[in-house]
Design a protein around this ligand. Structure first.
Ligand code: TYM
Length: 345
């Protein structure tokens, strides 16, 4: 795997930039989540002063089964650690455990425009999908996400392409707030990978790979066993040609080449040369093997972690304490700036 950090400015004298990112606890991680975001969290975690969160408050924008949500939240923390996030070094916490997220979200929603929220493509997509539950939280979701980011003076936000618009809105909110009250927030940048920023469905490769797809063959889960991974890649939709090249209109092959590139670190051109003259069947099996072999250690580690609930709880407890320390200070600065009367203690 291509795991070279961007630069090596790690010495103690150089103040590291702050990196923050989060993921919703929507069951298992998909290959899309992994390649678009989590793999970069792992690669970049030591290069930055990193903080990670499981965004359980965001998950409430769609109806949840309470017991499932609790299980998925702890399971997502385990998945992140299994993927290589060092939760002892970098705070990994559950969003609802740090109350400042909800508090700053309210303040920022007063600095977010109705028109801006109406333009969010994810709001439009999710409204279509959940036509019977277009709640206010679904609409103001980007203000909460801005609060997540801005609470930590974040400079870099590693996400997949689908979150770019939300990070841009967080920047606009920060700039607007700063223009009124002075330099309160850092203005964050998104970090979007070259390969894997938009992993496509294996069944309909014009669409994003998503866990909420009704067709289970459309997505690969990080915890899928080898047989399942191989089966899903074997069924991956391609095209009626027989050429393994990255070209407009070859969405299925482009997606497989991108996945292979993200896992091996080889460029698309190298992969095209390697598979020149080979059939689609062989290529799909090669991608399946590479993915399954890379995921096997993650699955093993996840199984171990899920047997050690005490360790997971210790990680998220410490993570929330460390995150709260920073979040409290930023929030009290914001409260002061906007003119809220300090609480009498
Ligand atoms: P979420 O939970 O939907 O996804 C987590 C991360 O996975 C990326 N991703 C993908 N990348 C490439 N291809 C795909 N098919 C794919 N599917 C998902 C997402 O871009 C994301 O980076 N609102 C966020 C969570 C969040 C957040 C934050 C992120 C809450 N607060 C603050 C950054 C900063 C979300 O729902 O991501």
């Amino acid at each position: 795997m291509n795991e070279q950090p961007i630069n090596q400015n790690n010495s103690a004298e150089v103040k590291q930039k702050r990196m923050f990112s989060a993921i919703q606890p929507s069951g298992n991680l998909t290959l899309g989540n992994y390649l678009g975001a989590i793999k970069n969290w792992r690669i970049l975690q030591d290069e930055y002063d990193s903080i990670f969160s499981v965004a359980d408050l965001h998950a409430l924008t769609v109806r949840q089964n309470p017991a499932e949500l609790r299980k998925n939240t702890l399971g997502m923390a385990a998945s992140l650690i299994a993927c290589g996030i060092d939760a002892k070094k970098h705070p990994l916490f559950i969003q609802s455990h740090v109350a400042e997220h909800a508090e700053l979200s309210w303040i920022l929603s007063c600095f977010t425009m109705f028109g801006e929220l109406s333009r969010m493509t994810q709001f439009k997509d999710k409204s279509k999908k959940n036509a019977d539950n277009i709640n206010a939280g679904l609409f103001t979701y980007p203000s909460l996400m801005a609060a997540d980011i801005l609470l930590y003076n974040t400079e870099v936000v590693p996400v997949g392409e689908d979150q770019r618009q939300h990070v841009e809105l967080a920047r606009d909110i920060a700039i607007r707030f700063n223009s009124i009250y002075g330099d309160v927030f850092n203005v964050p940048e998104s970090f979007i990978p070259t390969y894997g920023a938009r992993v496509k469905s294996l069944a309909e490769p014009t669409k994003k790979m998503s866990k909420s797809d009704d067709n289970q063959n459309a997505y690969v889960l990080i915890l899928d066993d080898k047989d399942t991974v191989m089966r899903k890649f074997k069924r991956a939709v391609t095209d009626s040609e027989a050429e393994i090249v990255f070209r407009e209109g070859k969405d299925g092959i482009n997606n497989l080449l991108t996945i292979m590139s993200a896992f091996t670190g080889k460029s698309i051109a190298e992969l095209e040369a390697e598979f020149a003259g080979k059939g689609y069947g062989d290529f799909k099996m090669a991608v399946g093997e590479t993915v399954a072999d890379s995921l096997a250690p993650i699955r093993e580690r996840y199984d171990e972690l899920m047997k050690d609930k005490a360790y997971l709880e210790e990680c998220i407890k410490e993570g929330a304490e460390r995150a709260s320390y920073i979040a409290c200070r930023v929030l009290s600065k914001v409260y002061k700036k906007v003119g809220l009367l300090p609480r009498i203690r």
